[in-house]
Design a binder for this molecule. Structure first.
Ligand SMILES: Cc1cc2nc3c(=O)[nH]c(=O)nc-3n(C[C@H](O)[C@H](O)[C@H](O)COP(=O)(O)OP(=O)(O)OC[C@H]3O[C@@H](n4cnc5c(N)ncnc54)[C@H](O)[C@@H]3O)c2cc1C
Length: 313
């Protein structure tokens, strides 16, 4: 428990009273003329509903969260609860600084230190990239270069499974809920990011770089450093502790972190199932429009550990 106000840099400088604009603006295109927003189909409505880009939106998120920061530890792992700040896209785009977030929350007591620690992980990721600019593309542990990922060069057809993961049709409710949340809102709860990433890497034995690319394309907080560092952490290929053998069991994680309401929200096919059944619907209860599991948990676990034993020295 945190008893003293943790140290940080100085308070952020106040907003300037005026910013001098040039007398003559240079000629420029109008942003609207670039037609960047999707129209046919308009797949971005969920993203628009969820986020207010810009400094004002960042400030509102911070104001809504600052009194919650004291309860962070107890809530941050529960996907059904809005227990985290959702400041990540604003931090990524520089709409608010980590220093401003720190100073607004650090005196809140309770478990705020855990929250401040997460801001520290963000800095850690930036530092890793400064030292290893290739981190998003190359295994930091060289021996994973020989890892027998399933891939077309080895005669495996992974395209369908990769697509099922991307579209939230793996047959594992917690994974599917996360992947659909990502597609609709551009954001996914951190606990579910870990579960979904572990599932791709260890249950499907697909190279972490495929997942990194998909998150990069779909996250509103997509950040080269945080994305690469977290993918390599889950894969065990990074400079931090080797996590490969920690194979998350998606079904028990879902139960443990009480994800029933979250699954109902994002996988409506399962909405009528009870809290007990929804994490791992039996064959009798599994609705016809919800897919069977791509692979069984025990079988996947053994396959992953066998693959790992090929490179373990
Ligand atoms: C596979 C995977 C990929 C990820 N990719 C990204 C990414 O591209 N961009 C990104 O910002 N985060 C990424 N994360 C980290 C984390 O999931 C998000 O930062 C967090 O979910 C954002 O939600 P929040 O703002 O509510 O976080 P909070 O829990 O409120 O945390 C506050 C801030 O701390 C930082 N933070 C929290 N957790 C982490 C972490 N594990 N690593 C680095 N910084 C962290 C973020 O800036 C976040 O906004 C990834 C995690 C995993 C497991």
């Amino acid at each position: 428990m945190w008893h003293r106000r943790p140290a940080c840099g100085p308070e952020p400088a106040p907003r300037p009273h005026t910013v001098n604009a040039p007398d003559d603006w240079p000629a420029s295109d109008s942003l609207d003329d670039w037609d960047l927003l999707p129209t046919a189909p308009d797949w971005a409505s969920g993203i628009r509903d969820e986020w207010e880009p810009g400094e004002e939106g960042a400030r509102k998120r911070l104001d809504a969260f600052r009194d919650e920061a004291a309860h962070y530890e107890g809530r941050r792992n529960l996907p059904s609860v809005e227990g985290t700040s959702r400041l990540s896209p604003h931090l990524h785009f520089g709409e608010i600084s980590p220093g401003a977030v720190w100073h607004a929350t650090s005196d809140k007591g309770g478990s705020v230190a855990t929250f401040l620690g997460e801001l520290g992980w963000r800095d850690y990721a930036q530092n890793v990239i400064l030292q290893f600019p290739d981190y998003g593309k190359s295994n930091a542990r060289d021996r994973f270069d020989e890892f027998p990922w399933r891939n077309p060069n080895r005669g495996h057809t992974i395209a369908d499974e990769l697509q099922a993961w991307q579209q939230g049709r793996t047959g594992y409710p917690i994974v599917d809920a996360g992947m659909r949340q990502l597609w609709h809102t551009g954001w996914m709860h951190n606990r579910v990011r870990m579960i979904a990433a572990s599932f791709l890497i260890k249950h499907l034995l697909i190279d972490w770089r495929e997942g990194e690319k998909w998150f990069w394309d779909t996250l509103v907080d997509a950040d080269y450093a945080s994305n690469a560092v977290n993918w390599q952490w889950v894969a065990g290929t990074g400079i931090d502790s080797n996590m490969f053998v920690r194979i998350m069991a998606p079904l028990s994680q879902s139960e443990k972190f009480d994800a029933a309401a979250y699954i109902r929200q994002w996988v409506p096919e399962l909405a009528d199932l009870s809290d007990e059944a929804i994490h791992d619907p039996s064959d009798e209860l599994r609705p016809q429009d919800y897919p069977a599991k791509l692979v069984g948990h025990r079988e996947a676990r053994e396959r992953a550990l066998d693959a790992y034993s090929e490179i373990k020295s």
